[in-house]
Design a protein around this ligand. Structure first.
Ligand code: SAH
Length: 490
């Protein structure tokens, strides 16, 4: 075979980025926009020894899982990879992805995984779920200002006025900002030359409070016609915070270090409610009862905050469930961010210790604890794989020397450890210390099932046993899947 050859094949699998996978002439082909079950005519774009890439020339017979994608931009936009796949099939795919990784990478048996894994928790309404959007601002070929999203794997902006994963409030905000730019001749940032002012527009929306935050990320120190900008934005219902973030670096990182609030407050507030989640109930909306324990969070432009609030409530409530707290426990929450999970845990535990690498997030965590009147949570800044081992060794020698405080032993052998690491998973030094601390239970919240499987193997070889596994669809129409696992000490 050679480049540009045309051939027919059936798509039999899906790859990690949502691409279709099929076989032809002893070769494996990866084909963007082809869905499992499609029979297509494909054109070879790149060939390697045993595999190749191709693109769809024609769909000969569409997959029964194919649906009309709601968003007209979904094929070009880098945001959604699998919007043309029925939601039911998306969920099935995510369940299989987690299951497959646990078996292949973690080395767990099919029987064990099938026995312990509950059905994936999907959304009732898998659109308009995101509470945060970051729109790049640029100039099109005709020189007009455009806002939208990056096309897949590129930095060219597709004009999208209204992303269907985001809230409806985004569109009027963007329209006002574009009008303000036109009327006041405000330039858009150009990545190639490094010139131009406005880089990104960040919008956050508090689902429970309806509070809106707008932050303009600029390549400069201030914006022209600031009063006109404020006048246009403040009249939008729910507007609570308008700020400017300064980023003059030539970088892909969106936010710079300095943020200045120019109107209203520097933050918005949102609540996460605890849900009633015995495992049969999760996913059935009508059976939820809102508990009276809601935690309030102050969110600033830089804070990490889960983007899908509806699913976050289900995920965190399940994580809390899996911790099996009665009020007497000592708990560690590693990779705690702004204390989102820690503060839930604190309401049901004796003491919670949070660890997080970003100092600003720990500041937020402490403030959030105060805001909720929570006094039994303490936070440490640093890498979990450094803080935890150091803490453990130091405290152990203090105990041996009779110098340690009353609760030192309880801290050394906590009842529960919760981890919620980034995609790369936990560092081995962190897992080793967790094993030394011998908690009765470990709750692992993961956004990458491959590293989850690797870490679970280590924990299980070190004396733990999987009790329950449950996947959550935090990011409908994308390939990402979140998982919560409960482990107990054998
Ligand atoms: N549990 C929080 C945050 C989860 S995201 C929540 O649900 O909101 C993962 C967090 O781990 C991020 O806040 C990130 O800053 C932090 N992090 C990344 N590497 C880390 C490390 N080595 N040690 C501690 N925290 C780390």
């Amino acid at each position: 075979m050679k480049k540009n050859d045309i051939f027919e094949l059936e798509i039999t699998d899906m790859g990690v980025d949502g691409e279709g996978i099929g076989h032809f002439d002893g070769m494996t082909f990866f084909i963007k926009d082809a869905l499992i079950g499609d029979v297509i005519r494909a054109r070879v774009t790149k060939l390697k020894k045993n595999y190749g890439y191709a693109r769809v020339e024609e769909i000969i017979s569409p997959s029964t899982f194919r649906v009309e994608a709601k968003c007209p931009h979904h094929r070009r936009c880098g945001g959604c990879q699998i919007q043309a796949l029925s939601y039911q099939k998306q969920l099935e795919f995510k369940q299989q992805k987690v299951r497959g990784n646990l078996i292949r990478i973690g080395g767990f048996s099919e029987t064990e995984v099938d026995e312990k894994m509950l059905p994936v928790v999907g959304m009732e309404e898998p659109f308009r779920y995101r509470n945060k959007a970051q729109f790049p601002v640029g100039i099109d070929k005709e020189g007009n200002v455009v806002t939208g999203f990056y096309a897949a794997r590129t930095h060219s902006i597709i004009p999208v006025e209204d992303c269907l994963l985001g809230v409806e409030e985004n569109a009027p905000i963007l329209a006002e900002i574009k009008d303000w730019m036109t009327e006041n001749v405000v330039s858009a940032y150009d990545e190639n030359s490094g010139k131009g002012l406005l880089r990104h527009v960040l919008v956050r929306f508090g689902f429970t409070t309806k509070e809106i935050m707008v932050c303009l990320i600029i390549n400069g120190k201030k914006v022209p016609a600031q009063n006109d900008l404020i006048k246009r934005l403040e009249k939008i219902e729910g507007m609570t915070s308008i700020s400017i973030n300064i980023n003059t670096k030539n970088t892909n990182v969106i936010l710079g270090d300095t943020t200045e609030c120019i109107w209203g407050q520097a933050f918005i507030t949102d609540y996460i409610h605890l849900r009633n989640t015995n495992d049969e109930l999760v996913g059935k909306k009508e059976e939820y009862t809102l508990s009276d324990t809601a935690v309030a969070y102050r969110i600033s432009p830089q804070s990490f905050y889960q983007v899908n609030p509806v699913q976050t409530e289900k995920l965190y409530s399940t994580a809390l469930d899996y911790a099996c707290l009665t009020g007497n426990e000592y708990v560690w929450d590693l990779y705690c961010g702004i204390g989102t999970i820690s503060l839930f845990l604190a309401q049901k535990a004796k003491m919670v210790y949070g660890v997080e690498i970003v100092p600003q997030a720990i500041e937020d965590a402490k403030n959030n604890a105060k805001l909720n009147g929570i006094e039994n949570a303490e936070f440490f800044v640093g890498k979990a794989e450094v803080v935890l081992p150091e803490f453990y060794e130091n405290l152990k020698s203090d105990v041996a020397a009779g110098k340690a405080s009353e609760d030192a032993n309880a801290m050394l052998t906590p009842d529960v450890i919760v981890v919620d690491p980034p995609r790369k998973g936990c560092d081995e030094a962190c897992l080793d210390t967790m094993l030394k601390m011998q908690p009765k239970r470990i709750v692992y919240v993961s956004c990458d099932s491959a590293t989850l499987a690797r870490d679970l193997r280590l924990l299980c070889d070190g004396g733990y046993e999987i009790e329950k596994i449950r996947a959550f669809d935090q990011f409908a129409h994308t390939m990402h899947v979140e998982t919560t696992v409960a482990l107990t000490r054998k």
